[in-house]
Design a protein around this ligand. Structure first.
Ligand code: EPZ
Length: 433
């Protein structure tokens, strides 16, 4: 398995381009299932999760054509942004098998589109420890309210529409908690339902809005995306379109944190600050100077950060996907930070690894107390999940000496060309087998 070797202590400096958003690209790829016409997505990030989703769709009968964008359009920092055209006219196997789903929970995003398009779907429950029946119960309840008959047997969700002609029916849906992919699944299913669907307590994440904008371009009739009430008036069919995927706000925030923790000064292009208000506010509270341009963000870090406390919650509050990165920057800040995680019940797995680097962190339930130190000492650490790995990279960059991060396949799921981008910012990092 690959490892990342980091020689810490160098302030990051320079400019890189941000890639397309993983968490927008994944539902957008599934939107192709809703139409017989080709859907072209541009600014597609080259990530393992994206190739996993493409493989999943291809085995259903979706024809996929990947093409890189002419060199002239290559973003600064050398990232070649790819485009993908998906043609689901030959969709004939509405099944998402366990061996593919177990590596990526987001595979559940095919459930709504397949049920709406084919009148049936057979999707494996995601595998893994932190789940069980719970994490997709809202997806299931919503589809049942729209008239789907759903059974869960041998680890598979089996859905079929009961109405004549296989169409779902519009319904008023309430989710017990804010769920991003739950909102996306139900919004996609509602596009082809007979009648109007209202989703109350909907997720307001920018990736939900990006998906809605693409669906509207395909002929869907959606209003309220970005608010907690989304209305969808079903149509008979959707057409194809070409849609550019929004920039990745979490990748953006991750590099801003890496510069903040190393006392650096960087500029991120092909991105937008409009979805990162609270993250940028927190970085400014920590003592960073942040300058916002139309499609770029600059950050100049102080010699040493002030500790900054965060509490995660659904958008527009502080994103849970930035919690691990903020724990990392607080390990070398001045003062003590309180980090409260309210979305996931066990999202502190990075804390014990940061403690191996010398960090002073106390965990009490869903709260972490981080007392900042002058410096961390490099060590060997292990990545456990995508954003936890990012926090270890940040801490390794800030630490003195060498840090070796194991199991970095987690990183490859969500960060395009991470070591190349870090190297372009002057970091001493390399991938070792
Ligand atoms: C999305 O996951 C993101 N993934 C996650 O990003 C992100 O952390 C999460 O939203 C929260 O912002 C994608 O968009 C592909 P949820 P999702 O449904 O949709 C519970 C990353 O690092 N729940 O909003 O799966 C659930 O257990 C990933 O890029 C149910 O109980 O998250 C969690 O506690 C990690 N039943 C909470 O709700 C359900 O049916 C929020 O989950 C659905 C969710």
């Amino acid at each position: 398995m690959d490892k990342l070797l980091i020689e810490g202590g160098t302030p990051l400096a320079g400019e890189i381009a941000i890639s397309g958003a993983k968490n927008a690209a994944l539902p957008l790829l599934c939107a192709a299932l809703l139409t017989r016409e080709p859907l072209t997505l541009t600014n597609v990030p080259a990530l393992n999760d994206i190739s996993t989703m493409l493989k999943l769709l291809a085995q259903m009968g979706v024809k996929i054509e990947c093409h890189t964008v002419p060199a002239a359009k290559v973003g600064a920092g050398g990232a070649a942004f790819a485009a993908v055209t998906l043609d689901a006219s030959g969709l004939d196997h509405p099944v998402a098998p366990y061996e593919m789903v177990k590596t990526m929970r987001a595979s559940v995003l095919v459930l709504g589109p397949l049920t709406a398009r084919c009148g049936e779907a057979r999707v494996s429950l995601p595998g893994g420890c932190a789940i069980g029946a719970r994490p997709v119960d809202q997806h299931i309840h919503g589809l049942q309210a729209m008239g789907a008959e759903i059974t869960v047997e041998q680890g598979y969700v089996q859905a079929r529409t009961t109405a004549a002609g296989g169409r779902l029916k519009g319904a008023r849906l309430f989710t017990d908690m804010v769920t991003v992919t739950g909102t996306e699944n139900l919004m996609m299913a509602a596009c082809l339902a007979d009648g109007e669907t209202v989703i109350e307590n909907a997720a307001r994440e920018p990736e939900v809005v990006d998906l809605a904008n693409c669906l509207i371009a395909m002929g869907a009739r959606i209003s309220g995306a970005g608010t907690d009430v989304i209305r969808i008036r079903g149509v008979e069919r959707l057409s194809g379109t070409t849609h550019r995927i929004m920039p990745d706000r979490i990748e953006t925030g991750t590099y801003l944190c890496a510069a903040a923790a190393t006392g650096g000064e960087i500029r991120l292009t092909q991105t937008s600050s409009s979805y990162l208000d609270i993250v940028i506010d927190k970085l400014m509270d920590a003592g960073c100077e942040v300058t916002l341009e139309r499609e770029a963000i600059r950050l100049k870090a102080p010699a040493r950060l002030h500790a900054v406390s965060v509490r995660t919650a659904p958008y527009p509050a502080f994103p849970t996907d930035m919690q691990a990165q903020f724990m990392a920057i607080n390990t070398v800040a001045e003062g003590t930070a309180v980090i409260r995680e309210t979305i996931f019940e066990n999202r502190f797995m990075h804390a014990v690894e940061l403690i191996r680097l010398g960090a002073d962190i106390k965990i009490d339930g869903n709260t972490a107390f981080v007392r900042g130190l002058q410096r961390l000492e490099g060590a060997t650490v292990m990545a456990t999940d995508l954003r936890a790995s990012a926090s270890l990279v940040i801490a390794g960059l800030a630490a003195q000496g060498e840090t070796l991060i194991e199991r970095i396949y987690h990183l490859d799921r969500g960060y395009e060309q991470m070591e190349a981008k870090l190297a372009a910012l002057g970091a001493r990092v390399r991938r070792v087998k």
